[in-house]
Design a protein around this ligand. Structure first.
Ligand SMILES: [Zn+2]
Length: 59
């Protein structure tokens, strides 16, 4: 999986990010970069909120 370095540099995960922030970060991350998968805790929260889980980007 390719790392989108420019995206990461402009989108650091906030320190002590809460669940909403982690969800938002990972949704955008999944669109922009494929360096790592969405963690299970965030996937579970997406399911509970009925947010479609983004396809993992293949690059
Ligand atoms: Zn990444």
């Amino acid at each position: 999986m390719a790392l989108n370095r420019a995206w990461h540099e402009s989108h650091p995960m906030p320190p002590n990010a809460n669940l909403d922030q982690r969800i938002a970060w990972h949704l955008e991350h999944a669109r922009e970069c494929g360096c790592r998968a969405i963690p299970a805790s965030v996937l579970k929260a997406l399911e509970e909120r009925r947010i479609p889980i983004p396809e993992r980007r293949v690059s």
